[in-house]
Write a protein that binds this ligand. Structure first.
Ligand code: UD1
Length: 401
């Protein structure tokens, strides 16, 4: 047992939590198997304690661990429904440090994360800062770590929409340019990075980390049958999520989306968990009441992970502008109409069940899906539930070299 690593795991916004959970599981598995091999069964020690908090404490902090980690929550998302619910469902430990930055403009939020994260890095001196996805927290923390000479690992590296009007695209470009190891989900991501001049040796294709969480939680999500709670029948409703600034920040698109949703709900019941950004804009542009007046158009609060997966799994189709849902529907083989002009996840279109759509083509695309013209698709290589383990193996090998 040579590895002696201190990782700092960064999570900030809702789509980060299901990417961090598999990393933590993989660290625990690695530590348990390594120490067990050395005759120190940590599982037995934890069981003897019979106290879940103490078990978690030991899991993270035991000096015999070959890999120790600290979990930092930036506080970019802070509502119970956007954060705590996911910690609970994904069985994530309480963050060691919460930077509590909250919402603000991009510059202010990014700057606040950087100022607070720098202090944490100076105090804790991790070997690696591990960031996931493409939110502001991802970019802010990689920038701080790179400037302090701390190694950066980016999970979900290499995705490109080639659309710099998306804040996430800027975050991806900056984070990837600064990372020491770039963990990619698919070959297109490797090609993007190589084209940008990232040395091949830094690029590690490990698969899709979010699918690790999906596989781990699918059974529990199915058992919940959340569609019953909304009085929906299997394969007889549409699951909708929309939160991209390009769709929900301006009056023009908002009004057109409202009309589309009302038309759609006359064909099939719609369940639409509304993101806080979207709700704020529905209220600002005065459309919330009208949307709420259609009984087959059900607007709900943001849903937890299990409810979301459980509803997606039994939907007739999904209409979304989310990145993660394009991948989850591909894995679950549910048709997905993605209301965006481009995607950083082209594999979900080439191999999976996703199709890009627009407000002009949506009605036609819906007809096609309802008439059965949608692909069953294939699950891409390495979307197999073992991505977290592959990442931890690679980090351990690096430490031992
Ligand atoms: C962020 C990510 C986006 C991701 C999305 C998932 C960036 C640039 N964007 O977008 O990539 O797809 O999260 O949800 O990082 N708000 C609350 N409660 C919360 C969080 C936010 O009410 O817990 C409201 C605030 O009014 C805030 C607005 O939502 O101003 C937007 O939040 P923000 O984190 O800035 O961006 P998202 O749209 O959530």
């Amino acid at each position: 047992m040579k590895t002696n690593l201190k990782l700092m795991l960064v999570a900030g916004a809702r789509p980060n939590f299901m990417k961090i959970a598999p990393l933590i599981s993989a660290i625990k598995k690695f530590n348990n198997s390594t120490t067990r091999n050395e005759g120190k069964s940590r599982v037995a020690r934890a069981q003897a304690l019979n106290e879940i908090d103490q078990i978690n404490e030991i899991d993270q902090k035991d000096p015999i661990n070959p890999i120790n980690y600290l979990l930092v929550h930036t506080g970019q998302h802070y509502d119970m429904a956007m954060s705590e619910t996911f910690f609970h469902e994904l069985e994530l430990p309480k963050p060691d440090i919460n930077l509590e930055v909250g919402s603000a403009s991009h510059a202010v939020q990014t700057a606040n994360i950087m100022m607070r994260f720098e202090e944490v890095c100076l105090k804790e001196k991790p070997d690696w800062v591990m960031v996931v996805g493409d939110v502001n927290s991802t970019m802010a923390c990689s920038l701080v770590a790179a400037k302090l000479g701390i190694k950066v690992g980016h999970v979900e590296a290499g995705l490109r929409s080639f659309d710099r009007t998306m804040p996430e695209e800027i975050n991806r470009l900056v984070t990837d340019a600064l990372s020491d190891l770039l963990f990619t989900p698919s070959e297109d991501a490797d090609q993007n990075l190589l084209r940008e001049g990232i040395p091949a040796i830094k690029i590690k294709r490990v698969g899709n980390i979010m699918i690790d969480a999906l596989i781990a939680h699918l059974e529990r999500a199915r058992q919940g049958r959340p569609y019953n709670r909304f009085e929906l029948r299997e394969k007889n409703y549409v699951f909708v999520t929309l939160h991209r600034p390009s769709n929900v920040d301006d009056e023009g698109p908002i009004f057109r989306i409202m009309d589309c949703l009302i038309r759609l709900s006359k064909k099939l019941p719609v369940i639409f968990p509304v993101h806080p950004r979207t709700r704020k804009n529905f209220i600002q542009f005065g459309v919330l009441e009208k949307l709420n007046s259609h009984k087959d158009l059900m607007l709900s609060e943001p849903l937890g992970y299990h409810d979301t997966i459980g509803l997606v799994d039994k939907a007739r189709f999904v209409l979304t502008d989310s990145g993660g849902l394009q991948e989850e529907t591909t894995f679950l083989k549910i048709p997905c109409l993605t209301l965006r002009p481009n995607t950083e996840r082209p594999i979900t279109i080439k191999l999976g069940t996703s199709k890009l759509t627009s407000l002009e083509t949506l009605d036609n695309d819906i007809e096609n899906v309802l008439n059965g013209y949608s692909r069953i698709g294939q699950i891409p290589e390495l979307w197999d539930g073992k991505t977290g383990e592959r990442i931890i193996e690679i980090l351990s090998e690096q430490a031992n070299n």
